[in-house]
Write a protein that binds this ligand. Structure first.
Ligand code: GLP
Length: 268
């Protein structure tokens, strides 16, 4: 895992946006794995600004989101479909028909959605770059602690902690789902490149555990230690509990010349 520590959340968003633009310049029909939550909002704003400035195009891109709530319709303002449309898709030149979430309509059996979603990802050629946030309990997507490291896209029950963390997005009287369909940990690990973003002190413990702790289902993000091409982009606060800070800063500096010469996606 490559650990990149930047000054603040603006730099994190900017760093991630630059990588996505670099990927799309190299491979205009790239398959992007996208995330919801507060973390990627600044990244999406940056991408929209870059699109408006003519610095990036999503015309041929395909996207797969990590997860979607179960029990609320796509046009509900709380769905992750609505989130993606509002925060990114309607502001850029992506073809909405090329944007996928693991949605389940009312007449469908939610337990069938996972396998179909996995097939769709495979048919698209697999995910080139997966963007991730991290839950304060170490979850990725909605793979809560205890999720199998071999899990595939499926229905998951959210932990009480996640329900409470996400309740800030819901009005008091609004239905807040306890179930979601999420890519599995094994699904995420199949992405060719992974970029996990974390900002703020409330993420520092999870970042420390996933990076420097053991690989364990109790910290789902720790599975990324097994991935060959993962970078974490952190602000100072999210990095504050890392024990090997100096080493990460040092390796980042040593790698920079290689990256500026060959880019991040030489294998694609
Ligand atoms: C949510 C999402 C995750 C996200 C995480 C952190 O519940 N399912 O994909 O990474 O929790 O959210 P936030 O970025 O709002 O801190």
């Amino acid at each position: 895992m490559q650990v990149i520590i930047l000054k603040d959340s603006d730099d994190v968003a900017n760093g991630a946006a630059q990588r996505i633009a670099e990927l799309l310049a190299k491979k205009p029909n790239a398959v992007l794995g996208l995330a919801t939550g507060s973390t990627p909002i600044a990244l999406y704003q940056r991408l929209i600004a870059m699109y408006r400035a003519g610095e990036v195009s999503f015309r041929d891109a395909v996207t797969f989101n990590l997860d979607e709530y179960l029990g609320i319709a796509p046009d509900n303002r709380q769905s992750y479909r609505s989130f993606m449309n509002e925060q990114l898709f309607k502001h850029i030149d992506i073809d909405l028909a090329n944007t996928y979430l693991p949605e389940c309509s009312q007449e469908n059996n939610p337990r069938r959605v996972g396998a179909a979603y996995e097939r769709r990802i495979a048919d698209a050629g697999g995910i080139d770059l997966q963007i991730l946030g991290i839950g304060a309990n170490g979850h990725i997507g909605f793979n809560e602690p205890g999720s199998s490291l071999g899990s595939r896209t499926r229905v998951k029950t959210l932990t009480e902690r996640t329900v409470i963390d996400n309740s800030r997005m819901f009005d008091a009287k609004e239905f807040q789902p306890r179930l979601a369909i999420t890519m599995g940990i094994a699904t995420i690990l199949e992405a060719r490149h992974i970029l996990l973003l974390a900002m703020g002190e409330h993420k520092a413990t999870a970042v420390h555990k996933m990076t420097e702790g053991p690989v364990t289902a109790m910290c789902p993000a720790s599975a990324l230690q097994m991935h060959r091409n993962t970078a974490l982009i952190l602000d100072e606060a999210a990095a504050s509990k890392l024990e090997e800070l100096d080493y990460y800063r040092w390796t980042h500096l040593q790698n920079e010349p290689l990256v500026s010469q060959y880019g991040h996606f030489h294998d694609l």
